[in-house]
Design a binder for this molecule. Structure first.
Ligand code: KG4
Ligand code: ZN
Length: 340
């Protein structure tokens, strides 16, 4: 089968969003997401509720994706799904559905690593938009991961830096919870921070070796900072929300970019990408673009819809796996932890 005729249905269900996408060659024909609002009031994803919602959402989501794409399931060449990493109950719903559909249609099954998918989103054909050239460094920042990845080819990716504790997305979400904002708080900190002063409040700069990260100290110092100030002024948060968000966001983003800069300089790489939910952050996107001008980097920033969890990124990864005939096995179990 040539590259010209590959049509794949991809399913993503690693956390709290049920995603289904249809890809034809490298073009996305449909990218449907059913978001689960139930978690907002709990201040975080409740795994059992997430799996139940996936069960309810998966059939309608897939149905809408196929209809939007105008593709009959008989015309699909393969079914792809996220094997891991993620929440086990959530992964099982998407995985089981994908396996059953591939059996029923008698077409290949393709498994995708979610973190690989976040990076591969850069290779979606978006009206001929330029794609990164190998080797490039990708800063993958999400609710569960913070990684600096040296990407040597579509399938050769080496994690050169990782977080020792919390992920960048958690640093956003946990601070938002302290500020009594709903989950996920990252986009809200972004929103309030836009009108704030980044230098109003100072937070400690984490001192971590190599290209690694750590966010737990920053989060704890944020908690003490808010508690102390609330004691002195019960309205401290509401009176200073924009400045608090801007200053805290500045601390996270500076840390992320300092390590990225160090890795790029040490390795002599000027092709730089960002991926994952936190790459939707407007301050990070702006600061990265400014740094790129200074450092003479070529930067690749995904479209918003391909930053947070989506099935299009699973579909594009599956496209390249299909070309390599890298098919999966019905026996392969979902994996809560999975390296790539
Ligand atoms: O990649 P993703 O959708 O799911 C995981 O694989 O974890 O990332 C979700 C994370 C959440 O922590 C969310 O707060 C964060 O991405 N996020 C943001 C923004 N949009 C999403 N963080 C900061 N600013 C944003 N605009
Ligand atoms: Zn993700």
């Amino acid at each position: 089968m040539s590259d010209e005729t590959i049509t794949i249905l991809a399913i993503e269900s690693s956390c709290d969003d049920t995603g289904a996408a249809v890809i034809h060659n490298r073009k996305i024909l449909a990218n449907i997401i059913a978001r689960q609002e139930i978690h907002e009031k709990y201040g975080g994803v409740v795994p059992e509720l997430a799996s139940r919602a996936h069960q309810q959402n998966i059939i309608p989501t897939v149905d809408v994706a196929l209809k939007t794409a105008g593709i009959a399931k008989e015309n699909l060449d393969a079914i792809a799904y996220t094997r891991g990493p993620g929440l086990m109950g959530s992964l099982l719903v998407g995985g089981t559905f994908a396996k059953a559909l591939s059996l029923a249609l008698n077409i290949p099954l393709i498994e995708v690593n979610h973190m690989h998918g976040h990076i591969m989103a850069h290779f979606i054909d978006d009206n001929g938009k330029k794609t990164p050239e190998f080797p490039f460094i990708c800063l993958t920042v999400s609710g569960g991961h913070t990684q600096l990845v040296l990407c040597k080819s579509y399938f050769e990716m080496e994690i050169i830096g990782d977080t020792n504790d919390d992920a960048a997305g958690e640093a956003f979400d946990k601070a938002a919870k302290i500020l009594e904002l709903p989950y996920p708080g990252g986009p809200l900190i972004d929103k309030y921070g836009k009108d704030g002063d980044i230098h109003k409040f100072q937070f400690p700069k984490p001192q971590i070796a190599d290209y690694n990260y750590s966010f737990s100290g920053l989060k704890t110092s944020f908690l003490y900072f808010i508690e102390k100030n609330k004691k002195a002024n019960p309205n401290f948060i509401t009176e200073n929300l924009n400045d608090i968000c801007a200053s805290y966001q500045h601390a996270i983003v500076s840390f992320l970019l300092n390590k990225l800069k160090k890795a790029a300089n040490d390795l002599g790489i000027k092709q730089i990408a960002i991926a994952g939910g936190v790459s939707a952050n407007s301050y990070l996107r702006n600061e990265l673009s400014l740094l790129a001008q200074k450092e003479n980097w070529e930067v690749y920033i995904p479209k918003f819809e391909y930053c947070t969890d989506n099935a299009a990124m699973i579909a594009i990864t599956a496209h390249y796996k299909f070309i390599n005939k890298d098919f999966s096995n019905q026996k392969n179990a979902s994996l809560a932890r999975m390296s790539f």
